[in-house]
Every structure is written in C-alpha cells, then in structure tokens.
Design a protein around this ligand. Structure first.
Ligand SMILES: Nc1ncnc2c1ncn2[C@@H]1O[C@H](COP(=O)(O)OP(=O)(O)OP(=O)(O)O)[C@@H](O)[C@H]1O
Length: 589
C-alpha cells in the first residue's frame, strides 16, 4: 500500500466528492453532539425568527399609526420591538455559547481519532511521511474544521434560516415584487457553484505547503546540531526560504480565492435593492402598494441579502474546512497493511522462532533485502546476527517483531504465523531494543515502565524492588536522581549509552520470550556492558536472546552465530568463522 499522503491521490476520498457528500461526512463527525447541535439549531431558529418579525411590525406600525397620525400606538410597538430585540440577544448569546463548546469537543474528538489512527498505522507510513506534515494535519487542519463549527456554523445556519424566512415574507407580501427582488440570487447561486471547487483547490494547496513548511522546520530543528557542526546553515536557510516563499505564494492565492465571493455578493444584493426600490415606487404610484409595505420590503431585502453577503465569507471558511477535512480523511481512510490473519495452523517441527522461505523488499524500493531465508531459533538460546553494514540485520530483526510482513514466506513464533497473533500477544512475547531508543519527556520511572501495562501503576519503591529482583538496580547509578531523573524526549541531557540503558531496562522488565538487541550496547562502556551481560544471564532460561552487534566481545557468548549479507542468512559456525566471513576471507557456501 502506498502510504505517501502527498502522492497518494487514492486516499483523498473527498477530492472528487461533491460539497453535500463532504458536508454529510463532516456532520457525521458531530454524531456524539447531536443533542447539543439540535438545541443550538433551535436557538438559531428562534433568533432568526425574532429578527424576521421586526421589519413586518415596523411596516405595520408605519401604515397603521404614522400614515394615519395615531402616534400613541407607536409607543406600544416600540416596547414590543424592544422585548423582541432583548430576546434575540439572549438567544444569540446561548447559540454562540453552545456551538463554541460543541466545536471544541469536536476538535478534541477529531484529534483523538486522528492520533489513534496514526498509532494504528505501520512503520511504513512513518517512513513515507514527514513528521512535520503530520503534526500540521493534527494541529492546523483540525483547527480549521473547529473554527468553522464553533464560529462560522452558527452564522451559517442563522443566515440560511434568515434568508429563507425573508424570502417567504417577500413572496407573501407581494409575489411579483418578491420574485423580482430575489432574481439576482439565481446568478449568485450559479456563480458560487462554478467557483467553489477552485476556492477549495487553492485552500488545499495552501494547507499542503503549510504542511511542507512545518516538516522543514521540524527537520532542521531536529538536526540543528549536525547543521551547525557541518556549517550547513546557509543550505538550510536557502531550503527554508524556498519552502516559505512557496507557502507564502499559496497562502496569498488562497486568500484571493477566499475573497472572490464577497464583492460579487455585495454588488448583486445592491442590484436587488435597486430593483425593489424602482418597482416598489412604480407600484405605490399605481396605488397597488403602501409606503409601510415598501419599508418592510426594503428591510426584508436587507435581511435576505445581508446574510447572503455573510454567506459569501462563510462559504470561503466552509471551503477551508472542507480542504482541511480532505487532508485529515486522507489519514482516516488508511488501513494498516499488517492485518490480523486469523486461523493460522500450528506448524510441526519448528523452533521457537522460525523463518520459512522469507523474502523481503521494502515497499519503497524494488531491491530484495532477504531472499528465501529459512532458519530455526531454539528456546532459551542466545543467537548473534553479524554481517556488514547494510547487510540486512535490522531488517531481519524487524521481520521477527512484525514491524513489516515478508513479501513472501512466513515468520513463526512457537510454530504459529506471527501474522495471526494480536498485537498485545505479540508485543508481550517479543521485546525489541532498537538502535535508536525511543524516549519521551517525563521521569526515568515513567520511561522505564513505558508500554508495560502490567506494572504501569507501580510506585517508586515497588519498581525499585522489581528492578533489584531482575538485577537491574545497579544500572540506576548511571542516572543522577535515580528513578526521578528527568528525561527529555529529544534525548538532550543524557548520553546515547544512557538512552540504551533505559531501553534495555524497559525491555527486560517485560520478561519477553524473545529479546532482540539491535546494536543495543554499542554506546555503553565495557563495565556497564558487563553488568548488562550479567542481567542477560539472569533472564529466565526460557528467554531466547537475539543479539545484533558489531563488537566481537558482545557476541562471543552466543550459542550460535548467523551471518547476514546479500539476501542470505547463514550459520557462521564459530566466532572465528564469523570474523573470517566479515573480513571476506571465506565465502558463504
Ligand atoms: N525503510 C527502508 N526503506 C528502504 N530501504 C531500507 C529501509 N531500511 C533499510 N533499508 C535498506 O535495507 C538494507 C538493509 O538495511 P539494514 O538496516 O537491515 O542493515 P543492517 O545490516 O542492520 O545495517 P547496520 O549494521 O548498518 O545497522 C540497506 O540496503 C538499507 O538501505
């Protein structure tokens, strides 16, 4: 599956969908907010209704009391109008409050949904997309949708109610004049339909370049030490300048597109008023219309075209929200390409961990890293995987932990295809210490218990007890502050060796059946390494240990050594044979 969001058109399910379909999908996001939405809509409706009654009352008052000079009645109408205006103010306040909360909750749920989806996706997705772009989708694009729902949606619905009400009043006061007044709206409708896709496209392009900008910033901040060390600041400055310029151009284009509706709507609403004025005065002169009715009529025209003018701006916001939703749903529609394959049969005569005719190529390249590889690893033994840089050791280990699926063949754990194991079972059985351990901001205590559901709620003392039982407590001396040592996700403030220690303690405490150490001790001093070696020896005798290492002392205690190179994984024999192979003295038979 192609996971590249910026290349993969198939994942953009909304791109070709019409506005109504996309709107329905957007509204589906509000499923849990139905009740609040309904109450808000009632208040929006009441507010629009109250605002619509006033022109009629004013026109009525003019004809009944002002034209006939019965001024006492005007006071009564003024009081009624005041009550209506106060009620309208309260309903307006309530609807804004309600929708503000609905919008925030929706933003919260949407971000949660998006983040959970990101957690479900395979490593390959993260290989193909830049973190900065994903962050921009989770933060900026969801916020565009929130802005629409919490701010524009009330105005949007209120404008629609008001317009419909005003149109009904216009037509029922005088059918001919009403139709003439509304005729410019038809032109507006055609104009809006024709230009909306273009506006949405420009907004999508603008968001895409914001994502690229965010990725660029993230990349250079992450690598700033290397940039400074290699004096590459000019190069990155130039790259940033290009991306920033591109983002600026796209934002300007989107801004222009977003303002295209407003002047046209303004112009055509003025034409509507002009038509009413001319036609209305003609009807008054012909004795077919009253002054009071013309006043009401002009007010209703304003009530029809003003919201329409607002709708022009809101329509642009809506297009922005749609474009944001497009980019978000590109992620939401993705499926993990490592699905659970149910009902795998247990295979006889296999080791604890076995490769059966495994071939593998990374999805982004044609090159086969492993070709028809088969081997069996037994329970409780220690295996070393050696080979030249780029030979395929990490790839082999990744397949053992099902970070990827083989292109063909099977990986078996206890005779069962690991594709049939649910993620909890698999991760409980296989502990993987990566070359570059993952840390997050928090205490050493939190970092050690990361992903350890069973021991997640241990206190410091209980954790200390557990660590000393596992022979790991001595390693805490390497951290100032012990379990309370502050760890930063960037890894600043601690050494690479300390990072590897955390990953080691984390994995060992979970007591996995298979423990894979991928260059896990490369940056640790020899004294600490001996400590780790002792811990490894103290692991339950049933634990299978797989060690990938370049340093010979790390592999000398292995029960068996495998040599990984050029698509093959072969038994290397003794340590000396492995060294010979590494030095190319011997060819793999
Ligand atoms: N995500 C990826 N996408 C495409 N190719 C990859 C990816 N990761 C690794 N490779 C390629 O796969 C090959 C094997 O890489 P691998 O990391 O498994 O080697 P290794 O033996 O562990 O090397 P080292 O000793 O340097 O860690 C290399 O040619 C590498 O370029």
């Amino acid at each position: 599956m192609n996971y590249n969001l910026n290349l993969n058109k198939e994942t953009s399910s909304n791109e070709k969908a019409g506005t109504i379909t996309t709107l329905k999908r957007l509204l589906a996001l509000m499923d849990s907010e139905r009740k609040n939405l309904f109450i808000a809509l009632i208040f929006i409706f009441i507010n629009a209704g109250l605002n619509l009654i006033s022109p009629y009352l004013i026109g009525h008052a003019v004809d009944k009391f002002i034209v006939t000079k019965h001024y006492a009645g005007v006071i009564r109408y003024a009081v009624i109008l005041l009550v209506i205006f106060v009620m309208a103010m309260f309903s307006g306040y309530t609807q804004a409050q309600l929708m503000g909360k609905v919008g925030q909750r929706m933003l919260f749920n949407l971000r949660n949904r998006l983040f959970n989806k990101l957690q479900e996706l395979p490593i390959d997705f993260f290989n193909q997309n830049k973190a900065g772009d994903l962050i921009s989708r989770v933060n900026n694009d969801t916020d565009k949708i929130n802005q629409f729902f919490s701010q524009s949606f009330v105005q949007f619905m209120s404008s629609i109610f008001t317009m419909i009400g005003a149109a009904i009043f216009l037509i029922s006061i005088d059918f001919r004049l009403g139709l003439a007044a509304l005729s410019p709206a038809v032109i507006l409708w055609i104009f809006t339909r024709s230009f909306s896709p273009w506006v949405k496209r420009r907004n999508t392009a603008s968001m895409r370049s914001t994502g690229i900008l965010s990725a660029e910033v993230q990349e250079s901040l992450q690598n700033f030490k290397v940039i400074v060390a290699f004096n590459r600041r000019d190069y990155f400055r130039k790259r940033f300048d290009e991306v920033n310029t591109d983002n600026y151009r796209n934002a300007v284009k989107a801004g222009i597109a977003n303002t295209v509706f407003t002047p046209v709507y303004g112009f055509l609403s003025n034409i509507g008023q002009l038509i009413v004025l001319a036609f209305g005065i003609y009807l008054i002169m012909a004795g077919q219309f009253s002054i009071g009715l013309l006043i009401s009529f002009l007010a209703y025209i304003t009530q029809f075209y003003n919201p329409l003018r607002q709708l022009a701006a809101l329509w642009a916001n809506f297009q922005v929200a749609l474009a944001g939703w497009d980019r978000i749903s590109q992620i939401l529609v993705l499926e993990n390409n490592l699905p659970l394959v149910p009902d795998a049969k247990k295979e006889k005569q296999s080791g604890m961990l076995s490769f059966r005719h495994v071939s593998f190529a990374y999805p982004s390249s044609e090159k086969e890293i492993l070709r028809h590889v088969s081997f069996d690893l037994e329970r409780g033994k220690t295996y070393a995987f050696v080979g030249p840089t780029g030979g395929g050791k990490t790839t082999t280990a990744s397949l053992m932990a099902r970070l990827y699926d083989p292109t063909s063949g099977k990986v078996l754990l206890d005779g069962v295809d690991i594709r049939s194991m649910d993620i909890e079972t698999r991760t409980a059985k296989i502990g993987f210490i990566l070359q570059e351990p993952f840390l997050f901001t928090g205490s050493l205590h939190d970092n050690i218990l990361y992903g350890n559901v069973q021991n997640a709620h241990l206190s410091d003392d209980e954790l200390l007890q557990l660590l000393s039982e596992a022979g790991l407590h001595g390693l805490l001396d390497r951290f100032e502050g012990g379990l309370n040592a502050r760890i930063d996700s960037s890894g600043d403030g601690i050494s690479l060796g300390q990072k590897q220690l955390i990953a080691f303690i984390r994995a060992v405490l979970r007591k996995p059946d298979v423990l894979i150490l991928d260059e896990a001790t490369a940056n640790i001093d020899t004294v600490t390494e001996q400590l780790l070696e002792d811990v490894l020896q103290k692991l339950p005798s049933s634990t299978t240990r797989i060690i990938i290492a370049h340093r010979l002392n790390t592999i000398e205690n292995a029960d068996e050594i495998f040599f990984v190179n050029a698509g093959n994984v072969t038994k290397a024999g003794s340590l000396q044979d492995a060294v010979d192979l590494l030095l190319h003295k011997k060819r793999v038979s």
